[in-house]
Design a protein around this ligand. Structure first.
Ligand code: ATP
Ligand code: MG
Length: 574
């Protein structure tokens, strides 16, 4: 392609509404443009990167034996009613009616549609296992679309669905997808980690997320520096040390704590450590009040709470609810005498006594509380988020916490969909049995953004060769002079070799050209100018390292091929 005839509207300044670097750079490099909140048009450069990501995904899915199909984006409500998700999916599901008043949604995911397809077609165990996938735009009416392609409302996803005759078969399918994902993210040049994950609203009982490590990631992951263990914060187990509960403390007493609301304030006021205080948090769980207790220096994880209660919806209680349930102003809730049916405590609290808790009265706390003696604890569960240094559940070494971007997700679904939608097959004995399912997603458009989060510098994007819109940029410094002939020759040769190349033949100052290609991130640059040619050389630059070298015009093809291999090797060795 020739830049003189291209459509890549670059911007000099960072756009005001872009917060993360990938969003800024994709707008500045002329890769995408926003249509409306969370919805983007892909311009030629952006579409090329997107297609390259999709191509690698397809190649590895095909290699793993999955078959590509394309399902509709518009889905009828009745399928979602069959699985119950019409009610449970929430506002991310964009619903609408057609002219006949029939209800539909825009597909945020395709379990219902694919299960419907398969239940009508698959009859016998001979047709199994089956893995169907598609690369398709999804729509989710995200509450806070942001960060450009990272959290869009319309985004490109690869979604695959496996159907097996039993759990053993499903584990093999899962493993096949897990391995394919490792190959995909490696080929995409991403620094990633697979972590154990919560199963969320798709449901099911076993899952891993693939996380690209980046400071701007929205998720926190706990990773073990010594072994393979990794889990997102919702899933990472807080290991309970082998400790015996000390003898029960003296009887509790109420103390005045005027104006002391936070754990820190109360602890300082009573001259105890925050870890001697119990935090009582109130939640509305599926319409019922629930109290959850954690140590004062810990963070409660609401997904862990939701899982411990097997609940659908967990929302922090409103100030009005807190006042109604505790009969006290906000900030003084406590478990003693609390008339809330479910009081769940973090299991760490089972190993202590002599706590400070809220008194359910204005400006008052209780000292010397033993939870088992003084409160009606319904149960102890793992409710807190792990912190850096907590022991790894696998090997005991201190965990580290890092930020990650979720680019892929694999789930073992089990019978969740085949049961509610009655998708079955006849086994070897002629018996009717439910299909065992799995589902596997990759956020293809998010992958492009995540790649930029990992690969950029002050001058712009530094794309790995696998995802670059073009692998090589040929810069002709004086397009009206003799350099143009050489540039055309080299550009033509690159195309003959099957190398993606972009020729900057614009009538622009060299400075503008250098800036633009650095911004767009092509990994290899060939700079052709009259001065160099007079000395019999052209300059090449490795975008990632910034390293420049000169290649002879005489024997250029051989020298370039060697240099290109070295640049690629540099990427692979990172
Ligand atoms: P998240 O936790 O980020 O909301 P999710 O768990 O809802 O994602 P899945 O249902 O597992 O997402 O979807 C599969 C993949 O689709 C995710 O791993 C992610 O890469 C991508 N994805 C999900 N939501 C978005 C979005 N709003 N914009 C871009 N990509 C997305
Ligand atoms: Mg997910």
């Amino acid at each position: 392609m020739r830049l003189s005839k291209y459509y890549a509207p670059t911007l000099k300044e960072d756009p005001a509404d872009a917060e993360v670097v990938s969003h800024k750079l994709m707008l500045r490099a002329g890769m995408i443009r926003k249509l409306t909140s969370g919805i983007y048009t892909f311009l030629p450069l952006g579409l090329r990167s997107l297609n390259k990501a999709a191509r690698i995904v397809r190649e590895e899915m095909d290699r793993a034996g999955a078959l590509e199909i394309l399902m509709p984006g518009v889905q009828p409500a009745d399928l979602w009613q069959e699985t119950g998700r019409w009610e449970f999916y929430g506002k991310e599901l964009l619903r609408f009616e057609d002219r006949h008043g029939r209800a539909y949604c825009l597909g945020p995911t395709h379990e219902e549609v694919v299960t419907d397809l398969v239940r009508n077609e698959v009859r016998s165990y001979r047709q199994l296992p089956l893995n169907l996938y598609q690369v398709q735009f999804k729509f989710r009416d995200e509450i806070r679309p942001r960060f450009g392609l990272m959290r869009g409302r319309e985004f490109l996803m690869k979604d695959a669905y496996s159907f097996d005759k039993d759990e053993e078969g499903a584990m093999a399918s899962y493993k096949g997808m897990y391995d394919a994902y490792c190959r995909i993210f490696t080929r995409l040049g991403l620094n990633f980690r697979a972590v154990e994950a919560d199963t969320g609203s798709i449901g099911g009982n076993y899952s891993h997320e693939f996380m690209v490590l980046a400071d701007t990631g929205e998720d926190t992951i706990a990773a073990c520096p010594a072994c393979e263990y990794g889990a997102n914060l919702e899933k990472a187990e807080a290991v309970l040390p082998d400790a015996k509960k000390p003898p029960v403390c003296q009887a509790f007493e109420q103390v005045a704590t005027p104006g002391q609301h936070t754990v820190e304030e109360v602890a300082a006021f009573l001259s105890v450590e925050p870890r001697a205080v119990v935090k009582t948090l109130l939640f509305d769980v599926d319409g019922k009040p629930v109290a959850a207790l954690v140590r004062g220096d810990r963070e409660l994880n609401d997904v862990k709470l939701k899982n411990a209660l097997n609940a659908q919806n967990v929302a922090l209680a409103t100030p009005e609810q807190v006042q109604a349930w505790t009969k006290a102003p906000v900030g003084f809730a406590g478990p003693v005498g609390l008339s809330v049916e479910t009081i769940l405590a973090d299991r760490e609290l089972s190993q202590g006594t002599d706590w400070v808790v809220g008194a359910n009265a204005a400006d008052a706390h209780l000292k010397h509380v033993d939870l088992d003696r003084d409160a009606k604890i319904t149960g102890y569960a793992d409710l807190r988020s792990v912190t850096a240094g907590d022991p790894c559940p696998k090997c005991g070494v201190g965990l580290t916490l890092t930020r990650g971007i979720e680019v892929g997700h694999v789930f073992k679904l089990g019978y969740k969909y085949s049961e509610s939608m009655k998708a079955s097959f006849l086994d070897e004995q002629g018996k009717d049995r439910l299909l065992y399912m799995g589902c596997y997603g990759i956020g293809v458009s998010r992958v492009v953004a995540a790649c930029i989060e990992q690969n950029h510098d002050a001058n712009g994007i530094a794309f790995p060769p696998a995802l670059a819109p073009y692998e090589v940029a040929v810069l002709c410094l004086d397009p009206k002079g003799e350099a143009m002939g050489k540039a055309e020759e080299i550009y033509g040769w690159l195309q003959d070799q099957g190398v993606d190349a972009l020729l900057d033949d614009r009538d622009e100052r060299p400075g503008v050209k250098f800036k633009d290609v650095d911004l767009m991130g092509m990994p290899m640059q060939i700079v052709i100018g009259g001065k160099g040619l007079a000395r019999g050389v052209v300059e090449v630059k490795d975008r990632r390292t910034g390293e420049k070298s000169e290649l002879p015009v005489e024997g250029f093809q051989e020298a370039f091929t060697k240099w290109r291999e070295a640049v690629q090797a540099g990427w692979n060795a990172r």
